[in-house]
Design a protein around this ligand. Structure first.
Ligand SMILES: C[S@@+](CC[C@H](N)C(=O)[O-])C[C@H]1O[C@@H](n2cnc3c(N)ncnc32)[C@H](O)[C@@H]1O
Length: 414
């Protein structure tokens, strides 16, 4: 089967990646985007391998009752790849995410545990929530978003999941000659644009349109501000342009609260925060363990570490270490009572997870943005006798298939 070929398909369960699964007439699995479980669709093949096909539902013959008109004009077959589920009613998006988490837990960790995906305030109707958006820039200088599984650009006039403050910069409606990427971050009136030069254009700076925002080019400040101050649960966090911060406006608070709830830090305890970013969890752990306790935060990005040091400067018992998390790094972290880890999508990996198992903290909180890599790491801990005490899942990325998990684990005999 070649790209563009049409197939009539009966669509089944959702799959990781935002598609649903169907069977082609030759028996191969087909991952069908823009479809819903139970639908019969005409699907255009977009790519194929010997074992599976990818396709876009281009006509819906039997629609699901859960189907809605996508609010975004670019969320269509072959167009913007940013959102997976604009065609799905919001509560059903959460049910699909829950089904995906259930499946990964069962398949990869051997855990049978029904999951509810919780709504997080700050995204009415699932739109206007993204406080950070990365645009690709075409050689013409036009900023846009990427098509699904492609570097090809979809020119857009606006992004409906971006916050109004991000949209006020209007990056997609301006030209950025000499740039290859532009990230816009905003919180209230603060706005910062982080520009990456096109290779070969580095000697001559990209030309900046006149935007009402701070500007940073290739990490060098051009116009102030060159970072954003966020406020979470009474604390201030500075994040340099291009640095990591959760994109949903309610995310930092809901994750910090959940981590503190499950770890229940006590004065005098020692805590380890791995993949610490700008110190979100380290700062709150520091408050709870107090000066008689200690927090060690490990983060690979030097700029994030500098922000983390500033964000915890009021707490000398919080130490920031610039390092890649590795089994050796975990082993030299002492004997923490508490561990929180919040790795990127690839998860902590088997070796780091084995090293964590050997630490035997009183309690460990695993914050995960990828259910599959989380379930793989969870399996390592369960196999050596750890117990999964709680698991919550949050809808921090409405309109997409993504979901955030906070799980609490204890070692044997705790
Ligand atoms: C999902 S973010 C979490 C940040 C922070 N916990 C927060 O909620 O704001 C993951 C962080 O891990 C960092 N990171 C990625 N790979 C790493 C590694 N191998 N070792 C240490 N940090 C890493 C990234 O720079 C990023 O700051």
């Amino acid at each position: 089967m070649t790209a563009g070929e049409l197939l009539e398909l009966q669509v089944g369960a959702p799959a990781a990646g935002g598609s649903c699964v169907a069977r082609a007439p030759d028996g191969r699995v087909v991952f069908v985007r823009h479809s819903l479980p139970g639908e019969r669709v005409m699907a255009a093949v977009t790519s194929s391998t010997t074992s599976f096909l990818r396709a876009d539902a281009v006509e819906v013959l039997d629609p699901s009752p859960d189907r809605v008109e996508p609010p975004c004009e670019y969320a269509r077959p072959g167009r913007c790849g940013g959102c997976d589920w604009q065609h799905v009613a919001l509560p059903v998006q959460r049910q699909l995410k829950a089904a995906l988490v259930d499946e990964q837990l069962r398949r990869l960790a051997g855990v049978e545990r029904p999951v509810e995906v919780e709504e997080v305030p700050g995204a009415p109707a699932g739109l206007g929530w993204r406080t950070r958006v990365q645009f690709s820039v075409a050689p013409s200088g036009r900023a846009g978003l990427c098509r699904h599984r492609s570097h090809e650009q979809e020119p857009v006039e606006r992004c409906l999941i971006a916050t109004p403050e991000v949209e006020q910069v209007g990056a997609e409606r301006r030209l950025w000659p000499g740039a290859c990427a532009v990230e816009v971050a905003a919180d209230g009136a603060q706005r910062v644009v982080s520009v990456t030069s096109r290779e070969g254009a580095r000697r001559g700076r990209p030309q900046m349109p006149d935007v009402e925002a701070g500007v940073v080019v290739d990490g060098s400040p051009v116009r102030l501000p060159h970072g954003i101050r966020h406020h979470v649960l009474g604390r201030r966090f500075e994040v340099a342009a291009g640095g990591f911060w959760q994109v949903h406006p309610g995310a930092a608070e809901v994750l910090a609260r959940s981590v503190l709830d499950v770890l229940a830090p006590q004065p005098g305890e020692r805590a380890l925060d791995l993949y610490a970013g700008v110190g979100l969890f380290a700062a709150f752990l520091g408050e709870r363990v107090g000066p008689s306790g200690a927090v060690l935060a490990v983060e690979v990005d030097a700029r994030a570490c500098a922000d983390a040091a500033r964000n915890t400067a009021d707490q000398p018992h919080v130490r920031i270490r610039t390092a890649a998390v590795s089994p050796a790094e975990v082993a030299r972290s002492g004997r923490p009572d508490l561990v929180v880890l919040d790795p990127p999508r690839a998860g902590a990996g088997l070796e780091v997870t084995h090293a964590l198992a050997a630490l035997r903290p009183r309690r460990l909180a695993y914050v995960a943005c990828d259910p599959a890599s989380f379930a793989r790491d969870l399996r390592v801990l369960l196999d050596v006798g750890w117990e999964l005490r709680s698991l919550r899942a949050f809808d921090l990325y409405p309109m997409t298939e993504h979901v955030e998990i906070v799980a609490a684990l204890t070692p044997p005999q705790f």
